[in-house]
Design a protein around this ligand. Structure first.
Ligand code: MG
Length: 380
């Protein structure tokens, strides 16, 4: 076996029109993060892999940056084969390469282990699974059955000795398009070993595949809930902002920002779900830049932090505690505004109101209190 680094090449240069999305599918969210971010994270975290390089289309650098951050990448070609060749040319003195399609977001560690182990004794190895469905030839009507016991489904990542797969690419008849790299290695007379594949590696191609992939990824997510609470003083001469909506009232809430107790309570609840402190940690009242600030930006920032951890915001429930104004007439507007700030659906936002029976500071209309609970799912 040659010595040198082991590199993972993620082929992500496709324009992905069959998925039904305007965005190429590799940059489309699945299970809470862009598709390509799943495979990138799994391969980058594997101790047997020294470097991950993504092959993208020449207009996709911004999309990659938005999806995964500043990561090693090269520009591919017009076909998958040309994109892989560009990747192979860019990995220098690598000894082993795992070539992976970005459309297979969930890469089990065990499959990578099996591939790397197999590569010790062979120039190429692929994950493969038996075919469970009946296979038949298609035509105007159902055609003959094809015996399935001798067939397998071949997945990626596919692992190769770099010198061997470079030679296979150099020798390939370019008038023919290869659907994977293992067939190119076999075309120069070298053997490709099979290791056990995994249904998690199934390719996402059609819209329905996204739902299946989400369902498969679900066990890896855990649910978390956290609460938030806030109070602001009611004073004459202030605007009353509640739930991101300006409400006509004889007094308004006072505070360093626009004092929107509802948004502050939800912001704290969301920050709580990821253990990211509270609103004061991120937007200190001592910082003059937040004087009079619109609280929607605090809430949107909290949602961004949750999503940066791979989180999915499932539900937000808010209770406002005040004698006046009446919340009912403004509930729909608040719900819509909060859903927009969190980029979730209105049905994922609940707004309730109660009085404190004229007891305490809310009963005396000295202030308004808000409490919220947020429920999210995050990678376990
Ligand atoms: Mg506050």
């Amino acid at each position: 076996m040659q010595t040198g680094p082991t590199v993972a090449l993620i082929v992500a240069a496709g324009q992905g029109t069959r998925s039904g999305s305007a965005t190429p599918k590799q940059f489309t969210p699945v299970a809470g993060r862009p598709m390509i971010a799943h495979a990138h994270a799994a391969l980058a975290a594997h101790p047997g892999i020294d470097r991950v390089v993504v092959v993208i289309g020449d207009t996709q650098a911004d999309a990659l940056h938005a999806a995964v951050g500043e990561v090693d990448h090269v520009f591919g070609g017009a076909t998958r084969r040309e994109s892989v060749a560009a990747g192979l040319a860019a990995i220098g003195d690598a000894a082993r390469v795992l070539i992976h399609d970005a459309a297979r977001p969930f890469v089990p560690v065990a499959v990578v282990e099996r591939l790397l182990a197999a590569l010790d004794g062979t120039p190429g190895a692929v994950p493969a699974l038996p075919v469970a469905d009946t296979l038949a030839r298609s035509g105007a009507a159902l055609g003959d059955i094809v015996p399935r016991d001798a067939l397998v489904r071949v997945q990626t990542p596919q692992a190769f000795d770099v010198a061997a797969i470079r030679r296979a690419h150099a020798d390939w008849d370019n008038s023919v398009e290869a659907t994977d790299d293992a067939q190119m290695l076999r075309a120069i007379g070298l053997d490709v070993a099979m290791v056990e594949g995994d249904p998690m590696l199934d390719k996402i191609t059609y819209p329905a595949d996204f739902a299946l992939a989400e369902a498969r990824a679900l066990p890896a997510l855990v649910s978390r809930s956290a609460t938030g609470y806030d109070v602001h003083r009611l004073e004459a001469g202030e605007e009353l902002w509640l739930g991101g909506v300006l409400i006509p009232h004889d007094r308004g809430l006072s505070g360093h920002s626009d004092a929107d107790v509802a948004l502050h309570a939800i912001t704290d609840a969301l920050l709580g779900t990821i253990g990211a402190g509270d609103i004061g940690t991120h937007f200190p009242p001592s910082d003059p830049q937040w004087r009079g600030a619109e609280s929607g930006q605090f809430l949107a920032h909290a949602a961004t932090l949750v999503r940066a951890e791979g989180g999915i915001i499932d539900f937000v429930d808010l209770t406002l505690i005040c004698e006046a104004p009446r919340i009912g007439p403004h509930r729909a507007a608040m719900r819509s505004r909060i859903a927009a700030l969190l980029t979730i659906a209105e049905r994922q936002v609940s707004i309730k109101a109660t009085t404190s029976e004229r007891l305490g500071f809310t009963g005396r209309q000295e202030g308004i209190a808000a409490q919220a609970i947020a429920t999210i799912r995050v990678p376990a």
